[in-house]
Design a protein around this ligand. Structure first.
Ligand code: GUN
Ligand code: ZN
Length: 451
């Protein structure tokens, strides 16, 4: 800018223009591709004294403070030093109506669904309850540094309306869908093939592509959908290729056995979804733990994405996700909390448990790959890496500010860290919402009193 003024701009001038431009200062970490290890420095940019210029919900400039600061004299400066600025986290599988189901004791998947989950979801027929919970849900996400979620709503159309409208009010990126389920659950949460189709259709018309919102066609899983409902899901997918598809796959042995009873002609579990044309690069399949070779071939051929949900898989005793095995076959995995079988909203804690699940199988999760996974990696799975998941100029200003000294134990550990990778690993293993000093959604700070 010609005749750029020295930083900082006079207070009066800053006041007039604060509403439009903000300059965040801090350490910056953003990924260009998946790193192979900490010495793969071309895969990411790390700037010790970095800056992000934010305007109208977008990152306009990203780089060194010395380069950007002098050209942003009209912007309001928010100095986050010594904290670390990263792209907001992306949770690729979470259940909105299960925020009060977290930590429900004592059983594996099918019992857990029947005993705790289905009754909790029945309450979302009440739209006042759904709206109140949608506020909590979005706040919990951003408190934990998550700025984009891919969410299952309850089977009630109103629950999806509540969540979409709450996200729209916050200009928050959200992918969600009303769960389709027409059998093997209490009547209060069942739809029918026709009503499931009609409600999904109306929600797509009302919300998909509106602002930052996208729709996911959401047959819950094979057990709770009749073949007639699967046909309706197939029709929706054909009519709306722009939408995502989300469901569950091969989480638990009893679930797999029941599925094969219900779909006796299916070659295996994934064949149910394959038969109804539900597999493709916009399909997200929660869990995908107990897979046969043919099922992995089907994933590789169709480009559908397994979603690793480590805290959930440990909590329900479901099994160990074979990340390396799937990757070796060219399958692209996402990672997620799966609240409320998952036990934490934190993607940091999700990485912590994910690391351990892989350790049990002699697999490694390098911390730089881990942080790539919950940002750009999940964004790539969603086909959204040009909009979210990085701090690149031109992308949406969803940003998390991490304080790696947020607790005494973390501070002591980080005092002894000798590299960025060591600091990040401490955050991954010991961090949670306390390490999230601030979260920006579309450039707006979400944590009151956040720093
Ligand atoms: N499979 C079908 N529904 C669910 C659910 O709500 N949670 C989990 N973990 N698995 C499922
Ligand atoms: Zn799930």
């Amino acid at each position: 800018m010609a005749g750029a003024q020295l930083w900082p701009a006079p207070a009066t001038q800053r006041k007039i223009l604060t509403m439009t431009r903000t300059l965040l200062r801090g350490r910056i970490l953003t990924f260009h591709r998946e790193p192979s290890g900490s010495d793969d420095t071309d895969a990411y940019s790390y700037i010790e004294d970095g800056a992000l210029l934010i305007e109208d919900g977008l990152i306009r400039a990203s780089g060194g403070f010395d380069d950007i600061g002098p050209n942003a004299h009209d912007a309001e400066l928010v100095d986050h030093r010594p904290h670390l600025l990263m792209a907001g986290f992306i949770d690729a599988h979470i259940h909105f109506p299960q925020i009060q189901t977290v930590a429900s004791w004592g059983s594996q998947l099918l019992d857990w669904l029947n005993t705790y989950t289905f009754p909790a979801e029945a309450a979302y027929v009440d739209s006042q309850h759904a709206h109140a919970m949608a506020r909590h849900f979005c706040t919990l996400l951003t408190d934990h540094g998550t700025t984009t979620a891919v969410a299952f709503c309850s089977s009630h159309k109103g629950s999806a309306e509540a969540l979409f409208s709450e996200a729209a009010d916050r200009d928050m990126r959200l992918i969600a869908g009303k769960t389709m389920m027409d059998r093997n659950a209490p009547a209060a949460i069942l739809d029918t093939p026709q009503s499931g189709y009609d409600d999904s259709k109306a929600l797509i018309a009302g919300w998909h592509g509106k602002g930052r919102l996208s729709y996911a066609i959401t047959p819950r899983f094979a057990i709770t959908s009749t073949p007639e409902q699967m046909e309706m899901a197939q029709t929706l997918a054909r009519e709306h290729p722009e939408c995502y598809i989300q469901t569950h796959l091969s989480e638990n042995p009893d679930e797999i056995a029941f599925t094969s009873e219900l779909y006796p002609n299916a070659r295996d579990y994934i064949d149910v979804y394959e038969t109804y044309g539900l597999l493709g690069p916009r399909t997200l399949l929660g869990h995908a733990i107990h897979l046969k070779t043919r099922e992995i071939d089907a994933l590789a051929e169709t480009g559908a994405h397994p979603v690793f949900c480590p805290t959930s898989n440990l909590f329900l005793g479901s099994g160990l996700f074979d990340d390396a095995g799937l990757r070796a076959r060219g399958v692209r995995n996402a990672i997620a909390t799966d609240i409320g079988a998952g036990t934490s909203f934190s993607m940091l804690q999700t990485l912590n448990e994910g690391y351990k699940v892989l350790q049990l199988q002699d697999q490694t999760l390098h911390t730089l790959r881990a942080f790539h996974w919950i940002t750009r990696g999940n964004a790539e799975v969603l086909g959204l890496e040009d909009r979210i998941g990085t701090l690149d100029a031109g992308t949406e200003a969803d940003i998390v500010v991490l304080d790696s000294r947020s607790t005494p134990a973390l501070a002591l550990r980080v005092d002894a860290a000798e590299s960025l990778a060591e600091e990040l690993f401490a955050l991954q293993m010991m961090g949670d919402d306390r390490a999230v000093a601030q979260t920006y959604v579309s450039g707006r700070p979400q944590k009151s009193g956040g720093q």
